[in-house]
Design a protein around this ligand. Sequence first.
Ligand SMILES: [Zn+2]
Length: 210
Amino acid sequence: MSIYDDYLKKALRHLFDHWMDERVGLVAAALIDSGKDVYATSVLNPDGTWKHAERNALEQFEATYGKPGPSAVMLSTLSPCVRAAGSGDAYGDQKNAARRQDESCSALLKQHGITTIGFGTLDNEDARDNSSYTDLGFNVIDIRDRIVLAACKALNDTFPAYIEAEARGETGCVALKEQLLGSLLCPKTIFERGADCGASIKGSPESGGV
Ligand SMILES: [Zn+2]
């Protein structure tokens, strides 16, 4: 494990500290550069679009510290979206593009010279595997902390129910989060119970690793 596991854990803690805020979404990000760090979530804009967590982290970093340098690292609970803007009916379009503010996070990061990324869960809608990012010129840091990986997977697993709720006309995801609170599917519960268990948490056999 590396220091980046700890940074992503802090991003998760930041998300779950704000979990029930009306505008907070299902993704968190951390931007780290030369000892400076910021943590951000995806947020629902007043116009109904989503500002993705990576964009939010970059905006907050720039507002606090100025432009990040070439050694900056963007970590996110879900790997950065790649698909171009669009409003198709497919699940991936609805999840990653239809109500996204501006261009993809991958394009945003490249524009700002941020080429090192790490994530807790690969977004299968936009990426085949890590090569989807290395082919775009990104270096991918391996995240291994089992609590972090479990919470990030649970967050991504919440998206289908959210997209269904959105299709029914619900705004934001507080109602869905309320339904999930305390259940075995609740990302916040998974994270907090895992954190309580600390290093004794057992990984699943398929998680392998060192
Ligand atoms: Zn994105």
